[in-house]
Design a protein around this ligand. Structure first.
Ligand SMILES: N[C@@H](CCC(=O)N[C@@H](CS)C(=O)NCC(=O)O)C(=O)O
Length: 223
């Protein structure tokens, strides 16, 4: 039986969603973020040394890193569904978006979260304006321009096909859901990018997505 080590409000939500799309049986072991630091509990380090989520176990296998998990599950349990055949150009495109989600789309969104927190964090009065000025400058010169460029690129790509890896829904769309949801929560994604908004609407309407929300519990991305 597959076990998903699931942290609330996190990337592991999309692993639950993929398993629901594939109609594979699984168990969810839930972990709660620390309310103050938002970090995962130390208990998760017993499953994988980095203590991050998602991690899955499947028999003797323990696998971390959402992209690797998504690829593994689609290949192992998909029976040809949700992933283009190996060696095709569609497969390369699929692989590109799976890597893009964590390798390119997420880093500036994570920086945005960090700098927003620095701006709001309590600090001695003489440090506060300096911390704010640095955070503001980093966001304005580097973070937001990179988020915007990524969003423009993704918006344009969805003008070429219905889904990221082509006209068929695939596990790459599951992997891409998290950066787009994070961008809607804190990166400025809104109706100015109608294809990306329509993508979010379409995935949120999928029955498997909704079932996964029930299995995972609360899913509210950090702002
Ligand atoms: N690139 C990794 C990132 C894993 C990651 O940072 N997960 C976050 C949840 S969204 C986490 O576990 N955060 C809690 C912590 O760092 O303690 C992946 O895609 O799996």
């Amino acid at each position: 039986m597959i076990i998903v080590h699931h942290l609330n409000n996190s990337r592991s939500q999309r692993v639950l969603w993929l398993l629901e799309e594939l109609a594979v049986d699984y168990d969810v072991k839930r972990y709660q973020r620390d309310a103050k630091t938002m970090l995962a509990p130390a208990e998760l380090r017993k499953v994988h040394p980095l203590g991050k989520s998602p991690v899955i176990s499947d028999g003797d296998l323990t696998l971390a890193e959402s992209g690797a998990i998504i690829e593994y599950l689609a290949d192992r349990y998909g029976n040809g569904r949700l992933a283009p055949p190996a060696g095709t150009s569609g497969r390369l495109r699929y692989s590109y978006w799976i890597h893009f989600a964590e390798g390119t789309a997420m880093p500036p969104l994570l920086l945005k979260l960090v700098f927003d927190r620095i701006e709001k964090a309590p600090a001695p009065f003489f440090v506060r304006p300096i911390a704010r000025a640095i955070a503001n400058r980093a966001k304005g010169t580097f973070v937001q321009p990179n988020i915007d460029r990524n969003l423009d690129y993704m918006e344009a790509e969805l003008g070429n096909s219905n889904w990221f890896a082509g006209n068929e829904f695939s596990a790459a769309d599951v992997q891409m859901s998290f950066p787009l949801e994070a961008a809607a929560a804190r990166g400025g994604l809104d109706s100015r990018r109608p294809r990306l908004m329509a993508f979010l609407e379409r995935i949120h309407a999928r029955p498997a997505y909704r079932r996964a929300l029930e299995r995972g519990g609360n899913y509210e991305l950090m702002r």
